[in-house]
Design a binder for this molecule. Structure first.
Ligand code: ASP
Length: 350
């Protein structure tokens, strides 16, 4: 194309073009499709990737409630397809991760938004965060009880305030001012989570995992056609947690991190350990400063570093080149990905 444009249009090149066109017509090989390689729009063939998790935990295969797990699997499939539609149409990684997290927050099957777990005093306190790998801007909310979609509040904090994190009542007032949907706290109730709280109260400790089915915290990471990375995480936290406890999910660098230079990461698991180890940022740092691959860094973090500390969990990540990692040291982690190359994958167990 460039060469064609650079041709000086003079008498000789003009008559040469006419001769070439006549030859092509006489050979029957002149068609629009024959011209297409030079007409290809800028973004065609550009890579995009979306990875989602629905929480890590210990799911006992024998006690699995098939119907619930099937429903969760289908939900992951539906969200992957919805996110893919955005990325395919040259949408941003930020829009893709926010959209899929909203869908998972609206589903009672996951520990985020509706279906969040209960605190020790029987309330739903939710945390969420989002990060833009292009600008390194980030937004988070923690301990919110009335915002229908905490992830959208996190995005509003990132884009419409000068801050990174708002908590509790302040976050709720801000979300309302931004026109986000506010609901009565009872909206988040599900019987299954309430029963889990009763079980945890009897055991007298925070329940991180559900031993019957595991559909927990939700996270998404994406690479868009412009090469921009984004990460988002949303959770109700841990069953029977203390009032006011904040986990890793809304802590930028711990549960969520994105940087176009390296990768986008969303974590799930025992939040206190993920905060202490600054897990999501640590993976980016290992890549940036030690030249590790995403998979090396992610696997080391989950399977060695955290495991040695007795910390359970997992993470999903995508790097700037579209490579994916999904390590977990629990029995299960619901996870899936979809790519521009046509790959689609969803799994619960190893
Ligand atoms: N990381 C979340 C928290 O500690 C819980 C989870 O991912 O299961 O709040």
């Amino acid at each position: 194309m460039k060469t064609i444009l650079n041709l000086r249009y003079n008498r000789y090149s003009s008559s040469l073009s006419i001769i070439i066109v006549i030859i092509l017509f006489s050979l029957g090989g002149f068609s629009l499709s024959a011209q297409q390689p030079t007409m290809t729009p800028a973004n065609t063939n550009k890579k995009w990737v979306l990875v989602i998790h629905g929480g890590a935990g210990n799911a006992n295969k024998d006690k699995m409630n098939d119907e619930k797990n099937k429903a969760a699997w289908l939900k992951i499939k539906e969200t992957l397809d919805a996110g893919a539609a955005i990325l395919k149409n040259n949408g941003t990684s930020l829009d893709a991760v926010e959209t899929v997290i909203r869908m998972l927050e609206d589903s009672p099957l996951f520990n985020a938004g509706k279906g969040s777990v209960f605190t020790a005093e029987g309330k739903n306190e939710m945390d969420a965060s989002i990060m833009d790998g292009k600008t390194l801007k980030a937004g988070a909310v923690a301990g919110v009880t009335t915002i229908k979609n905490p992830i959208s509040a996190a995005r509003a904090v990132m884009e419409k305030s000068n801050h990174v994190m708002l908590v509790d009542g302040g976050a709720e007032i801000f979300a309302k001012q931004q026109g986000l949907e506010i609901v009565d706290p009872s909206y988040f109730y599900t019987k299954e989570r309430w029963d889990e709280l009763q079980k945890a109260r009897q055991q007298g400790k925070p329940l991180q995992k559900d031993t019957v089915t595991h559909h927990g915290t939700v996270g998404a990471v994406a690479l868009d056609q412009d090469g921009n990375l984004a990460a988002a995480t949303s959770t109700g936290g841990m069953t029977n947690k203390m009032k006011g406890r904040v986990g890793d999910s809304p802590v930028i660098g711990a549960g969520t991190y994105a940087n176009n230079k390296t990768c986008a990461v969303s974590c799930t698991g025992h939040g206190e350990f993920f905060i202490r180890n600054v897990v999501a940022y640590d993976i980016s740092a290992q890549m940036e400063y030690r030249g590790m691959s995403l998979d090396e860094a992610g696997t080391h973090e989950i399977m060695e570093k955290l495991k040695m500390q007795g910390a359970e969990g997992g993470l999903i990540g995508v790097d700037k080149d579209g490579n994916i990692t999904m390590p977990f040291n629990t029995e299960a982690m619901l996870r899936g990905y979809i790519t521009s190359e046509g790959a689609e994958y969803i799994r619960l167990f190893k």
